[in-house]
Design a protein around this ligand. Structure first.
Ligand code: ZN
Length: 128
């Protein structure tokens, strides 16, 4: 009974089922990570993206891997970290992980990320 919980649809699912929970989720519960996380938030208490995007100072509540580790334990342990507010952690960062590029725009109006489709010449300009 203790191994069972309910998913969003109210179905019974096993906590041990790998499709329900990614194995790397457990890494975030390790003492090592909790220490890293606290250290990062003490070192950089403000959201890195609020500052770079809008020169806003927002308290960070999340610690994010700048390069998504995608389940690679070495990247998880050695990857560079940044502090983010909750909305940035779930917002632009998720966009970047799903699309594979950042939508950050430079001062000249051109996307900063070389992976942005506009740099490949394939993106529709909307003007023909
Ligand atoms: Zn932010």
């Amino acid at each position: 009974m203790s191994e069972l919980t309910h998913d969003k649809m109210g179905r019974k699912v096993s906590l041990l089922s790998s499709s329900y929970k990614k194995p790397e989720d457990a890494w975030y519960l390790r003492a090592w990570w909790l220490r890293q996380r606290r250290f990062q938030l003490e070192k950089e208490p403000f959201c890195a993206m609020c500052w770079s995007d809008r020169k806003l100072i927002t308290f960070a509540t999340e610690v994010d891997h700048i390069e998504p580790h995608k389940g690679d334990y070495n990247k998880f342990r050695l990857g560079k970290l940044q502090s983010l507010c909750a909305s940035h952690h779930q917002g632009s960062k998720k966009f970047e992980e799903i699309r594979g590029y950042s939508k950050a725009i430079g001062p000249d109006g051109t996307p900063l990320d070389p992976r942005h489709p506009i740099h490949s010449g394939k993106a529709p300009t909307g003007r023909g």
